[in-house]
Design a protein. Structure first.
Length: 315
């Protein structure tokens, strides 16, 4: 579909933040018949430059995910990839080739939130774009990110993870950067007027997702009362059940390659066997204090920018 065909429609971006329910939000919004959500989450086209600012391994991973998207778009694979990037405009545009009568067209890419070049890149293509942002207590958000990354780093402790992120080691600086909410909001507000943003809190979404979706529907100009199913628990966090065994298996390249070649349904079954509940995982008070103090100024500035009481985030 061409730019001209898309022009009369509302273009919107679920731009962040990571680990704040954006996957569930995109799936809920996509149930509305007047909304077309991008068939893959995290296409990340408008932050492509930042994706290649990391190390060679990260760049290679981005290229591999982009190839998977191109293969699917070309009909070489039957299902959209679980994760993928659209790094070329032609690929990104092709993701929306099935748009028909929908009023609003959405892209859910949390990397736009922290990527310095994303707002300007979006404005060049879509100056009237609207943005949906979900904010979560930055300390809790980082803790959730840590738990999610335990699949990759099963034996790393939280205090070590925080220290490495604060020191920007192992590419973990972005994990800290995501929590600079005021800084990122101010950057976006420098490119787009405040009325083009619908900003919500993760706690509100967790307590009443239907109400938050209704507000967003109204913001996008679609029927706010259209029924949607908000009961599924989507992208629930899972942790390695046996951390040392998991670490041993991850260190074996042959095992990783074998898992990578498995059909997705088989990989999910293997992961179910090796995953356990995170219900017993809590953030210790010392780690929380470190993060709260680190983010204190940003939290206070964010409260003023969005006119919400965020004092609970400082506890």
């Amino acid at each position: 579909m061409t730019d001209a065909a898309l022009a009369p429609k509302v273009r919107f971006f679920v731009a962040g933040v990571a680990k704040a329910g954006t996957t569930a939000l995109c799936q809920f919004l996509g149930q509305h018949p007047q909304i077309f959500m991008c068939p893959i989450k995290e296409p990340t086209f408008f932050a492509a430059r930042e994706l290649f600012s990391f190390d060679a391994a990260s760049s290679a991973s981005a290229e591999a995910k982009a190839r998977e998207v191109r293969r699917w778009l070309a009909g070489e694979t039957p299902h959209a990839p679980e994760h993928g990037f659209a790094l070329e405009w032609a690929d990104y545009e092709a993701l929306f080739r099935d748009v028909r009568e929908e009023h609003a067209i959405g892209d859910g890419s949390v990397n736009y939130w922290w990527a310095p070049g994303a707002p300007g890149a979006i404005r060049e293509r879509f100056p009237d774009a609207r943005f949906v942002v979900m904010l979560r207590n930055p300390a809790e958000r980082l803790f959730s990110q840590y738990l999610a990354m335990r699949w990759a780093y099963p034996l790393r402790s939280l205090d070590e993870f925080i220290a490495m992120a604060l020191e920007r080691r192992d590419g973990l600086g972005v994990v800290i950067d995501v929590g600079y909410y005021a800084t990122h909001l101010e950057r976006f507000f420098g490119y787009f007027p405040r009325e083009q943003f619908s900003i919500h809190l993760y706690d509100d979404f967790s307590a009443d997702p239907r109400s938050v979706c209704r507000d967003i529907f109204a913001f996008l100009g679609v029927d706010p009362d259209h029924p949607i199913n908000v009961s599924p628990r989507i992208n629930a966090p899972r942790l390695p059940r046996w951390r040392r065994l998991h670490a041993t298996l991850r260190s074996n390249g042959a095992t990783r390659a074998l898992l990578g070649r498995m059909p997705r349904r088989w990989r999910e079954r293997v992961r179910d066997v090796f995953s356990g509940s995170r219900s017993q995982e809590v953030m210790g008070a010392p780690d929380r204090r470190v993060l709260v103090e680190h983010y204190r100024d940003e939290i206070q500035k964010t409260a003023k920018l969005i006119d919400r009481d965020l004092s609970q985030w400082l506890c």
